[in-house]
Design a protein around this ligand. Structure first.
Ligand code: MN
Length: 236
C-alpha cells in the first residue's frame, strides 16, 4: 500500500507537490490546519512534506524583522513548527522544500539570513521567479550524504547539479544535529539533512516543479521509499 504523505497546504503550485509525490508512489494528502492538530496529522501519515510559502517570522529565531521581509503568517509558522517537532519525536520521515527547509531549521533551533541581497555580499541571483523550471545556479553536493546517494544516478562525475531558485532568504546558523549537504558556489546553503538515521532532508530549491521531466525524481522516490519502510518498521 502506498504510504500516506501529509502535505502542508500552500498557495502556489500545490499541484506540483501532489504530482511529484504521486509519481514517486506515495499517496498525497493535503492536511487542513484548521481541522487537523499537528499531533493528529503526524499520527496518520507515513511522511511529512513541507512546502514553499511566505517568510518565517524572524521573531521565531530571535531577530528583529527587517522591512524587506514580506508579510509573515505567524499561525502557519507555529503550526508547522509543532509539526516538525512532532514528526521528529515520532521519527516520521520529512522532506522540506524552500520555506519548508527554513521552518525545519528554525523549529530545531537554527536561524536565517532574512534577505540575501542586502545582508550578504557577492551572492548569485537566487530569486528567479519565472519560468518555474529555469535553472538559476549550480549546487555542490556533499559526498556521502543522503542527498548525494539519492542524486547519484543523475550526477555524472562531479557532485554538482543545476537547480532553480526562488528564495531571498537562506539558512544562517544550522540547527544542532543537522549538516549542510549542498551549497551554491557563493556559499549560500541549499540543503541540510539530519545527521542521524532516518530521512530528514531539506532543499532550498523547488524539485517539485520538475515532475514532468524528472530531474529530481530520485529525491521524491527515496522519500516515499523511506516513508513506506518506516511504517513497516512501526508495525502499521
Ligand atoms: Mn538558490
Amino acid at each position: 500500500m502506498a504510504p500516506i504523505i501529509g502535505i502542508a497546504p500552500c498557495r502556489t503550485q500545490l499541484a506540483d507537490y501532489i504530482e511529484s509525490i504521486r509519481r514517486a508512489g506515495g499517496d498525497p494528502r493535503v492536511f487542513d490546519p484548521a481541522g487537523d492538530t499537528p499531533a493528529g496529522v503526524v499520527g496518520t501519515i507515513g511522511g511529512l512534506l513541507l512546502t514553499g510559502g511566505p517568510d518565517v517570522d524572524p521573531a521565531l529565531y530571535g531577530q528583529e524583522r527587517l522591512s524587506v521581509v514580506s508579510a509573515v503568517d505567524r499561525q502557519r509558522d507555529e503550526y508547522e513548527k509543532a509539526l516538525v517537532l512532532a514528526a521528529a519525536a515520532a521519527r516520521v520521515p520529512v522532506l522540506a522544500i524552500c520555506r519548508g527547509l527554513q521552518i525545519l531549521n528554525v523549529a530545531h533551533g537554527g536561524d536565517l539570513v532574512q534577505d540575501i541581497p542586502t545582508q550578504l555580499s557577492g551572492t548569485l541571483p537566487h530569486s528567479l521567479a519565472t519560468p518555474l523550471c529555469a535553472m538559476a545556479h549550480e549546487v555542490w553536493i556533499t559526498k556521502g550524504s543522503l542527498l548525494a546517494s539519492l542524486m547519484q544516478e543523475k550526477l555524472a562525475e562531479a557532485d554538482a547539479c543545476t537547480v532553480n531558485s526562488r528564495h531571498h532568504q537562506a539558512i544562517k546558523r544550522v540547527a544542532k544535529g543537522f549538516e549542510v549537504t549542498a551549497t551554491a558556489p557563493d556559499g549560500v546553503i541549499e540543503a541540510i539533512e539530519f545527521g542521524g538515521s532516518g530521512f530528514c532532508l531539506g532543499v532550498q530549491w523547488h524539485p517539485e516543479n520538475f515532475w514532468r521531466t524528472g530531474e529530481f525524481r530520485p529525491i521524491f522516490e527515496g522519500f516515499v521509499e523511506a516513508c513506506a519502510s518506516s511504517r513497516r518498521g512501526a508495525g502499521l
